[in-house]
Design a protein around this ligand. Structure first.
Ligand code: BEZ
Ligand code: FE
Length: 293
C-alpha cells in the first residue's frame, strides 16, 4: 500500500490523499470538480507558502464576502466578476458562430418584470441626462430580419445608479423597457447617454480592488437581453468607445465588437420630432442572433 492509500498526509502527497478520499463520490462531475480544484488549490498553496496569519486573512476575507451578501447584494458574484471568472464562464458558454453578436456579463441589476413599451418609447423617466435615440436591427446570421424578437434593455441613470439601487429616489423602471420587433426586425427607443459608474465598492471586493490599485468603474454601457424563438438568447451590452474606462472595465466586460458609435446630432427638426429640447446623441447598432442548437 502506498503512503497516500494509507491516508497518511504529507506535503508531497497531499493531492493524492485528499482526492483519493473522494473515490466513492456518487456524482462523477462533483468528483472531477473536486479533483481539479484540490490539485490547483494545493499547487497554489505550495507555491505561495502562506503563513498561518496570511491563511486566516484569506479566510476572513471570504467570510466578510459571504456576510456582505443579502437579497440585493451578491458579493461572491462581484468577486467572480473582478477576477475575470464571470467573463471566462460567459465566454466558454457562449461560443458563437461567425457573424453572431458577442455576449458579455449580465450583471446584478436586471429585473425580470420591466414593462413592455411601444417602439420609440422614452425609457428615461427622471428627466436627467443627455437625450439619446438608439436604433438598429435584429438579424439572423444570414442577414435576415428577425420578427417578434424581444429586446429587454436597462441602463444606469445620469448619476451612475440603476433604479433598483435608488428605490424611492428614481421612478420605478427608470431606464428600463422591453420592446418587440415587427416584420422588419428593427427596434428603436429613446433614452439618455449612459455614464460610467462604480460597481458596488463599499464591501470586501471594493477593498480588494483598492489594495490592488484598481478602480471600481465600468465604462458607460447599455444592457440588452435579446430573445427570439429558434435563436440563442443574447445577453450583451453596447459600450461608449470614448469612455475614460473603456480599456479598464472593472469586470472585463468590454469586447471590441460591442463598441457602438455615439454621434452627437445638432438637428433641431429631428430633435423636435423626438421631443428633445436641443442636440441629442444617436446610436445605431444591429445585433445578430445565433441559431438555437
Ligand atoms: C453591470 O453592468 O450592471 C454590472 C456588472 C457586473 C458587476 C456590477 C455591475
Ligand atoms: Fe451595468
Amino acid at each position: 500500500m502506498d503512503m497516500h492509500e494509507k491516508g497518511y498526509f504529507t506535503e508531497e502527497n497531499s493531492v493524492e490523499v485528499v482526492t483519493g478520499r473522494n473515490a466513492n463520490a456518487q456524482n462523477e462531475r462533483l468528483k472531477q470538480v473536486l479533483e481539479v480544484v484540490t490539485r490547483k488549490l494545493h499547487e497554489a498553496v505550495k507555491e505561495l507558502e502562506p503563513t498561518q496569519d496570511e491563511w486566516m486573512e484569506a479566510i476572513f476575507f471570504l467570510t466578510r464576502t459571504g456576510q456582505t451578501c443579502n437579497e440585493w447584494r451578491q458579493e461572491f458574484i462581484l468577486l467572480s466578476d473582478v477576477l475575470g471568472v464571470s467573463m471566462l464562464v460567459d465566454a466558454i458558454n457562449n461560443r458563437k458562430p461567425s457573424g453572431a453578436s458577442e455576449s458579455t456579463v449580465l450583471g446584478p441589476f436586471h429585473v425580470a418584470d420591466a414593462p413592455e413599451l411601444p417602439m420609440g418609447a422614452n425609457i428615461c423617466l427622471d428627466a436627467k441626462g443627455e437625450d439619446m435615440v438608439i436604433s438598429g436591427r435584429i438579424l439572423d446570421t444570414e442577414g435576415r430580419p428577425i420578427a417578434n424578437a424581444v429586446i429587454d434593455v436597462w441602463q444606469a441613470n445620469d448619476e451612475g445608479f440603476y433604479d433598483v439601487q435608488q428605490k424611492g429616489v428614481q421612478p420605478d423602471f427608470n431606464l428600463r423597457g422591453v420592446f418587440r420587433t415587427g416584420a422588419d426586425g428593427t427596434y428603436w427607443f429613446r433614452a439618455v447617454k449612459p455614464k460610467y459608474y462604480p460597481i458596488p465598492d463599499d464591501g470586501p471586493v471594493g477593498q480588494l480592488l483598492g489594495k490592488l490599485g484598481r478602480h471600481p468603474y465600468r465604462p458607460a454601457h447599455l444592457h440588452y437581453i435579446i430573445k427570439a424563438d429558434g435563436f440563442e438568447t443574447l445577453v450583451t451590452h453596447i459600450f461608449d468607445p470614448d469612455d475614460p474606462y473603456i480599456h479598464s472595465d472593472a469586470v472585463f466586460g468590454v469586447k471590441e465588437s460591442l463598441l457602438a458609435e455615439f454621434v452627437l446630432r445638432m438637428d433641431p427638426q429631428r430633435a423636435a420630432e423626438y421631443g428633445f429640447a436641443a442636440e441629442f446623441w444617436e446610436v445605431k447598432h444591429d445585433f445578430v442572433l445565433a441559431p438555437a442548437q
